[in-house]
Write a protein that binds this ligand. Structure first.
Ligand code: ZN
Ligand code: ZN
Length: 318
């Protein structure tokens, strides 16, 4: 089968021809229909997040059909956990030290076929086309978890208006929250896109919003945004960082944290996050905006994401 593999960090993915994967016990053999592209894939490509062994097929938002049955499933970033450690037993499987991740520890979905542990696959809502469903599996799930960890904000800021933001903004609106969108300075297309999705205000990440926010979600991989987000939230408010990697957060005056503000991160997902989001997705209904790339153009998708040329999410199809 054909796949796009990371052979060496810092270099583009390479088109490779590899044997069909063989499912082990408890694993499904999957025919990939679509796989979303995530900023984490760029961090893996750049070596900012380490891949356990190379070469590795990236891609962790897989929509696939089960070989044989044709049943459609979604494969997320969380590939497996130990099920036994304190974190797993406490319901925090996203923090399991022995967790394995799709497209990092096991081969992912930038390929014609994949295998996945059946227990970590999701059923998908029936009427989402494959490429529309794919971004729900990481951008959607991580965005959703980020919003949940922000408490119950009436006014929520979103820093970085890409794949995750365009999904979580729809959920937040549906829940009756007011969304304030922050983009790269000068990115008027992203600001217009945010307004289309119902943001009450959209501006640059270095601007102060017109109202004090109850919470802010940070998806931009830029640590310089964090002090600005803290400055925009009210006393008692929360700033949640949703990415797996960001540049260093600059030193900040204590007054920005003072007033019982909370700064925290989101790591990975639990299967419960997935079940909850996929249950509400058709009710919102969440509509994903996607740009589709053929498998052999996965590098173009990654570079368009890096350059901020995308509106919504990139999806690769074999
Ligand atoms: Zn991801
Ligand atoms: Zn565990």
């Amino acid at each position: 089968m054909r796949a796009m593999a990371l052979v060496e960090a810092g270099r583009p993915l390479e088109a490779v021809e590899v044997p069909e994967p063989e499912p082990g016990p408890g694993q499904l053999l999957l025919d990939v229909r679509a796989c979303g592209v995530c900023r984490t894939d760029l961090h893996l490509l750049d070596g900012e997040v380490e891949v356990t062994a190379l070469p590795r097929v990236l891609g962790h938002q897989i929509v696939a059909t089960v070989a044989g049955s044709g049943e459609r499933v979604g494969v997320p970033w969380l590939a497996s956990t130990c099920g036994e450690c304190e974190q797993c037993r406490a319901g925090h499987e996203n923090l399991c030290p022995r967790a394995r991740f799709t497209g990092r520890d096991v081969d992912g979905g930038f390929a014609e076929q994949a295998v996945a542990d059946e227990r970590y696959c999701f059923g998908l809502p029936g009427d989402y086309p494959d490429e529309q469903a794919a971004p729900l599996l990481c951008a959607g799930l991580i965005g959703f978890r980020t919003l949940r960890l922000a408490g119950d904000p009436a006014r929520v800021g979103i820093y970085g208006f890409g794949a995750a933001a365009h999904i979580v903004a729809q959920v937040a609106r549906w829940e009756g929250r007011q969304v304030y969108a922050f983009t790269r300075p000068g990115d008027e297309a992203a600001q217009a896109f945010a307004r289309e999705l119902g943001a009450v205000w959209a501006g640059a990440s270095d601007e102060r919003p017109p109202d004090e926010l109850d919470a802010a979600l940070v998806f931009a991989p830029d640590g310089a945004v964090v002090p600005r987000a803290l400055e925009a939230v009210r006393p008692g408010g929360t700033v949640v960082c949703g990415g797996i990697h960001m540049s260093d957060i600059p030193a900040l005056p204590y007054r920005l944290l003072w007033g019982e503000r909370t700064l925290r991160s989101v790591a990975n997902l639990t299967r419960r996050d997935g079940e909850e989001l996929l249950a509400i997705a058709p009710r919102v209904p969440i509509r994903t905006t996607t740009t589709v790339y053929e498998l052999d153009r996965a590098n173009d998708a990654l570079e368009d994401l890096r350059a901020g040329r995308l509106t919504g999410a990139a999806v690769v199809v074999p």
